[in-house]
Design a protein around this ligand. Sequence first.
Ligand SMILES: [Zn+2]
Ligand SMILES: [Zn+2]
Length: 139
Amino acid sequence: MAERMKGRCLCGAVQFEGTLKDGDEFGVCHCNTCQHWNGGPGMATEMVSMNISGESHLTWYSSSEWAERGFCAGCGSNLFYRLKENRDLYFVQVGCLDEPGRLTLAEHIFIEEMPGHYDFTGNAPRLTGAEFLARLQGE
Ligand SMILES: [Zn+2]
Ligand SMILES: [Zn+2]
């Protein structure tokens, strides 16, 4: 079922609400860009129909030719990632959601870029970047 969920940055200047696209699932991205952006792996869930308040505080950084990342200019919270060809689909950092505990880890992506200083338990599928991007193209 498509559920709405709210979230905010650390200082509260940017608040948002959106519909969870894949129900209660989230993915962990181990790519080099996420590592630098977050200081660790990225954990994101896909959301659509986003309503955002405090957009004057929201800054978008063009992290590659095909994607951009939104953060709060006031407190630095990393909030969103989205593809430039589909700005309606937000990959929301689950730690910024009000109820992240309701989500379950569904998969890992860019597993080939995962560094050696951490690992995760559990049996969630581990996809390469190529496998993940191929699926995005197919959507
Ligand atoms: Zn903030
Ligand atoms: Zn990533």
